[in-house]
Ligand binder design. Structure first.
Ligand SMILES: [Zn+2]
Length: 357
């Protein structure tokens, strides 16, 4: 059995001696030292090559080959050594010097300066908590959950939803655009056409997504918000199914019978367009700034899916009908927790978030 420090098929003891010494050194020296000693201009491998002239002619080819194998073996091993050293160096940098610029602000504060923060466990953001609760209720009602795209094209965001170019109702949405003509979605309805064209009836889908609108912000308007869209398509679906679904959801979500009412509105992708309102839970319908002293809160724009949207998705509106809604998570959080400014929700302010632990 060959020794692990032996070069295969090498009859020259002086070549073997260099390899043995290299095998020792690689355990003790670093990359630069070892490269200089063996592969440098005055290194041991060059020295061996120079000694080829001392060999007899018939030995020269074999000797040259043996020295070359030695050189290759050494190169291979020291390259591996360099890889390991680089890795260790990177590891040291990561643990010692690196600052994670994407982390929350307090992560980069030296440990001794943040005894209070590290002693406190984190908690779920109210949007996450409310969102999970809402989705579990919709799932228990038989809906399947889909996640929306963050960016989409004009066709899915507007055109397929009965909003062709130049449609005046496009002005209802102040839209951001990327340089590639994509839109950070203005509503989760952007997924409706994809669902209609890829799923079979009965379609029972809730779509969750983060939406953006190019709006000036104030206490009740935010440029970024979360929506959970619902859509149901089958034969014989009526407005009564929509109202029953939303009412059952509200009762389950708030854990009691919630008063609601329906009023007409306008959204191009539903016909007729409706607004589902619930009693103001902040003031108990006595009247407060949040409900505009009306006692009612507009919570869910909704309605039967417009025949043009069904047709664009490949369904004959004479045979199939459906309904859709777009519910804002942020409004659910505000209503549940009596928050007076919607901008707190996405502020990342720990003082605000700690109230939800
Ligand atoms: Zn109120």
């Amino acid at each position: 059995m060959p020794s692990k420090n032996k070069l295969p098929d090498n009859p020259f003891p002086e070549v073997e001696a260099v390899y043995e010494s290299f095998s020792e050194d690689i355990l003790n020296l670093d990359y630069d030292e070892i490269k200089h000693k063996y592969l440098g201009k005055k290194g041991l491998v060059i020295d061996l090559l120079c000694r080829i002239k001392e060999k007899q002619n018939k030995e020269k080819p074999l000797y040259g080959k043996a020295v070359n194998s030695l050189k290759n073996a050494i190169e291979q091993k020291i390259n591996t050594l360099r890889g390991k050293e680089n890795l260790q160096q990177t590891g040291k940098m990561l643990t010692k010097d690196a600052i994670d610029i994407t982390a929350p602000f307090d992560v980069n504060i030296p440990l001794q300066d943040k005894p209070k923060l590290i002693s406190q466990p984190g908690s779920l953001h109210p949007i996450t908590e409310i969102g999970e609760k809402a989705l579990r209720i919709f799932e228990s009602m038989g809906f399947h959950v889909t996640y929306s795209r963050r960016l989409d094209n004009d066709y899915n965001v507007f055109e397929a939803l009965n909003l062709p170019p130049e449609h005046p109702a496009r002005d209802m949405w102040d839209t951001f655009w990327t340089q590639d003509d994509l839109i950070p979605i203005t509503h989760t309805s952007a997924m409706q056409n994809r669902i209609l064209t890829t799923k079979k009836v009965p379609i029972r889908e809730v779509i969750v997504g983060r939406c953006m609108r190019n709006e000036a912000t104030d206490a009740s308007h935010e440029h970024t918000f979360y929506q959970v869209e619902g859509m149901y398509v089958d034969k014989g679906i009526t407005l009564a199914h929509l109202i029953g679904t939303l009412s059952a959801f509200m009762n389950e979500f708030y854990g009691r019978d919630v008063k609601y009412r329906i009023q007409p509105s306008y959204f191009p992708f539903v016909e007729p367009g409706l607004e589902f309102l619930i009693e103001c839970l902040t003031c108990g319908q006595k009247g407060c700034p949040f409900c505009g002293y009306s006692g009612w809160v507009e919570l869910v724009p909704c309605g039967p899916i417009h025949p043009n949207v069904l047709r664009e998705g490949g369904y004959d509106p004479e045979t199939y009908t459906g309904f859709a809604w777009g519910l804002g998570y942020d409004r659910l959080v505000i209503l549940q927790s009596h928050i007076n400014d919607i901008r707190h929700i996405h502020s990342g302010d720990l003082k605000f978030l700690e109230q939800f632990k």
